[in-house]
Ligand binder design. Structure first.
Ligand SMILES: Cc1cc2nc3c(=O)[nH]c(=O)nc-3n(C[C@H](O)[C@H](O)[C@H](O)COP(=O)(O)O)c2cc1C
Length: 217
């Protein structure tokens, strides 16, 4: 489905989630973006690489996948249509997951044509452990986005929850959560609020840029 809708700023949230935590953050990012007037928000997931039989044999993964079936698979066209894009990935050894990497690696044609230049981008992640690489994942995920010429935004400290001393996620680099060794600890209220702040911020900045471009046309 083409997400273009005239007059509205378009924000796309594209994510991968195996155990559901990144998906919960994605929904909070979408909620935050929706709080900005005249913004159309679309949620997309990237293609799965885990073989079907492995998912079928794991009740948890199976249930998570089932719960996400209504979210369409992201395409390059979705990226081109959007004014702002927020990328969500679980942490894999301090980096983005292979599913998201594959999705981004398929955007070479867009890169060659400069199709993502000046789109606003943000990143969020989920880890098992507190110091397991949230910041490295978010920052390394930003590198291909910079190659694309995207305008990267994070979460400024005007978001007071970044000062919280409670165990959880959230940093100036983006939104995050800590899911614990079994990936069964859902994002906290603070994590979800910070995710909303990220979504709102990407939407607000994307809207300003889209409006400016509109005035020039
Ligand atoms: C192959 C693999 C590598 C992982 N690497 C890390 C890591 O470097 N640091 C960490 O804290 N958690 C790591 N995790 C745990 C996931 O990042 C964590 O469970 C995350 O919350 C899952 O998100 P999801 O619920 O959206 O799938 C790893 C998990 C897998 C399967």
């Amino acid at each position: 489905m083409n997400i273009k809708s005239k007059d509205k700023t378009k924000v796309l949230i594209v994510f991968y989630s195996m155990y559901g935590n990144t998906a919960k953050l994605a929904k909070a990012v979408a909620e935050g973006a929706r709080q900005v007037e005249n913004v159309k928000v679309s949620l997309r997931q990237v293609e799965e690489l885990v073989p079907k039989e492995i998912i079928e044999a794991n009740e948890r993964m199976k249930q998570v996948k089932k719960g996400l079936t209504d979210i369409p698979i992201a395409t390059n066209e979705d990226l081109v249509e959007a004014d702002g894009i927020v990328f969500g990935t679980p942490t894999r050894y301090g980096n983005m997951c292979a599913q998201m990497k594959q999705f981004i690696d398929k955007t070479g044609g867009l890169w060659a044509e400069g199709k993502l230049i000046n789109k606003v981008a943000g990143v969020f992640t989920s880890t098992s452990t507190l110091h397991g690489g949230q910041e490295t994942t978010i920052i390394t995920s930003m590198i291909p986005l910079l190659h694309h010429g995207m305008i990267i935004v994070g979460v400024p400290y005007s978001e007071q929850r970044l000062f919280s001393m409670e165990t959880g996620g959230g940093s100036p680099y983006g939104a995050s959560s800590v899911s614990g060794p079994n990936a069964d600890k859902s994002p906290t209220v603070n994590d979800l609020e910070i995710a909303k702040t990220l979504g709102r911020r990407v939407a607000e900045i994307a809207k300003k840029i889209a409006e400016k471009q509109g005035q020039k046309e």
